[in-house]
Design a protein around this ligand. Structure first.
Ligand code: GDP
Length: 600
């Protein structure tokens, strides 16, 4: 720390904040545990510090873990602060001044499984936030014939493998590098990368055995040193700035916020401004809490009160009136600036996290501001409008809003990583509102899409069920069973489906003539509801007399109300059998010869 006497500021390099991203089950949690675990066993007592929501690994410990790969003299940065909640969801939702809260990232990819939807989602976020990252090609120990080597650098482990195991791994890695390149990231094995600004380094790892983990730490330190040094230079004594991770009740203190501090210092007598669902909260810190060191864990409280915390760090802040604070929202210490300016800065940052709502659409609830934005982005891409978007659990009023949607498909709540309150679930059940829940954005959107498609299909089926459909049939010679009241005749259906209650039309003249109505169909003496193309059945027709309005050999049509013909032609041609579509065309032609706009 260099004290600058003239300005009274203390410039210092803070610890870079690291996030772990990747597809579910690819090994994010295991990798974090491995790094923490090795640090605890290998490192000096107290070498790693447990923060709220994060773990700090100091440079000396990184260097011990990385062995020959890291010489602490080569680095100025004090170590690495790993955010404990793995997953790109937490990464994308935790912001600092519009950018990502994490300064650098590890993208974990299972070498056997390759790229998966969340891998791609994570890459997109890394690209958008321009975050430097390293790819951990994980689970190398599952390569057939692999000979595991605990916690060693990858080169050492490589040397211990059979040619076959090595060849299989190489093949998988080659594929992975190809997939990265398909997504416009030029990548190579990390030891071949000269310029990390243009190339992504790939490190083969096993989070289980620890192979390659020293290399991951080395690359992270190297990347940070090279690309983050300027960004890490902060005024440590300046007013603290951070991001809310979580809002929760803290026994003895009321509502408290878990915060990752990325700039300056927060002191126990500070006034802070916190982003909230209403106006920003301005309040005085009651207590700053950090986890006790492992050795002192036996005391009744897991936390100890501290006087000040400097970036980068995770901590709990207890203060009055934090109930409406929002996860993902900014926290600022009021010190050198007037309070109004700090409030304005927080408001501005909140406004920048943009979710556009419309008059009509679905209701969205999410666990943090950033995730809300991420879900909103995904919905926008899928062209699904949003009527209301908020941070927090699904409550009855969300269901009420959803139930008033104009379109049935919008009577839904999409809940991302939040609870559904019991009374909200009950209300949804009563009012027919559908609630979709997921911790994965693309699944939420996918499930909703499927629901809409399914619903549209069943609506279409219902329409088809109730709509008259075209059919053509011919009276068979010598098959008149009754002259009239009703006329009972043998017919063959030429196209389409003849149904009971269909109206019968004669098209042989210049004008279509309404003949009567089918009041019954019999197939070999059995009553049936309908007859398909090719069927020969006897039909009872109310209205005509055989020999007067109709004759044996006549071709007759099922008449369609104009409205039905229009719906069929404009919306359902794809959904009816080909012969019916033909019949429809012929039927429309006949009408349009007389009136070109019939059914338009
Ligand atoms: P996450 O969902 O990405 O956090 O994945 P987890 O860390 O929970 O890992 C998912 C499963 O894969 C767990 O059963 C882990 O034990 C296992 N796993 C993770 N990394 C490795 C690895 O390097 N090798 C092997 N064999 N299994 C692993």
């Amino acid at each position: 720390t260099n004290a600058d006497a003239a300005g009274g500021t203390a410039e210092s390099l803070r610890t870079p904040i690291v996030a772990v991203l990747g597809h579910v089950d690819h090994g994010k949690t295991t990798l974090l545990d491995k790094i923490r675990g090795s640090a605890v066993t290998d490192g000096e007592a107290g070498a790693i510090t447990q923060h709220i929501g994060a773990t700090a690994v100091p440079l000396e410990t990184v260097s011990e873990l990385a062995g020959s790969l890291v010489d602490p003299d080569d680095f100025d940065l004090p170590g690495l602060l790993f955010i404990d909640t793995p997953g790109h969801h937490s990464f994308s939702t935790l912001r600092s001044r519009g950018g990502a809260l994490a300064d650098i990232a590890i993208l974990v990819v299972d070498v056997n499984d390759g790229f998966q939807p969340q891998t791609i989602e994570a890459l997109d976020i890394l690209r958008r936030t321009e975050t430097p990252f390293v790819v951990a090609a994980n689970k190398i120990d599952t390569v057939p014939g692999w000979n595991p080597q605990s916690d060693v650098p990858i080169q050492e482990s490589y040397d211990a493998q059979s040619d076959r195991a090595r060849a299989t791994l190489d093949e998988n890695l080659y594929e992975l590098i190809g997939e990265l390149s398909d997504h416009d990231f030029s990548a190579d094995m990390y030891w071949r990368v000269q310029n990390f600004a243009n190339n992504v380094g790939v490190v083969p790892t096993s989070a289980e055995t620890g192979e390659g983990v020293p290399d991951v730490l080395t690359v992270l330190m190297g990347l940070s040193q090279r690309y983050l040094k300027d960004a890490m230079a902060i005024d440590v004594d300046g007013p603290g700035a951070g991001t809310v991770l979580e809002v929760k009740d803290q026994k003895g203190f009321g509502t408290a916020i878990d915060v990752v501090l990325y700039d300056g210092t927060v002191r126990s007598d500070d006034t802070i401004v916190v982003g909230a669902s209403g106006d920003p909260i301005v309040t005085d810190v009651r207590a700053l809490l950090q986890p006790r060191p492992l050795a002192e864990i036996r005391t009744e409280s897991r936390f100890e009160q501290v006087d000040a915390v400097s970036a980068a760090a995770g901590l709990k802040i207890a203060a009055p009136e934090l109930d409406s604070a929002m996860a993902g929202a900014p926290v600022r210490v009021v010190r050198d600036q007037p309070r109004e300016e700090v409030v304005a800065a927080v408001e501005e940052e909140l406004a920048a996290i943009g979710v556009t709502t419309q008059e009509e659409g679905v209701v969205v609830k999410a666990d943090t501001l950033g995730s809300l934005e991420a879900v909103a982005d995904a919905l926008e891409e899928a062209e699904i409008p949003i009527v209301r978007a908020e941070v927090g659990a699904v409550a009855p009023r969300d269901v009420t809003v959803a139930s008033t949607a104009d379109e049935e498909k919008h009577e839904t709540v999409l809940a991302f990583s939040v609870d559904v309150l019991d009374n909200a679930a009950d209300l949804a059940e009563e009012s027919g509102v559908r609630i979709f829940e997921s911790d994965v954005i693309y699944r939420l959107v996918e499930e909703y899409d499927e629901f809409v498609t399914e619903r549209e299909r069943s609506q279409q089926d219902a329409i088809l069920e109730n709509i008259s459909r075209p059919a053509r049939f011919q009276l068979l010679p010598d098959h008149t069973f009754r002259q009239n009241d009703p006329a009972v005749v043998g017919v063959e259906v030429l196209t389409g489906t003849l149904k009971r209650n269909a109206r019968v039309v004669d098209f042989s003249g210049s004008e279509p003539k309404r003949i009567g109505e089918v009041n019954g169909i019999q197939d070999q003496g059995e009553d049936v509801d309908q007859a398909r193309k090719g069927d020969r059945v006897s039909v009872a027709i109310d209205g005509p007399t055989v020999g007067r309005q109709i004759e044996e050999g006549d071709e007759l049509w099922v008449g369609l109300p104009e409205k039905h013909a229009k719906v069929l032609e404009q919306e359902l041609t794809e959904d009816i059998p080909a012969d019916e579509a033909d019949a429809l065309r012929m039927y429309l032609d006949k009408h349009r010869r007389r009136d070109p706009f019939w059914g338009k």
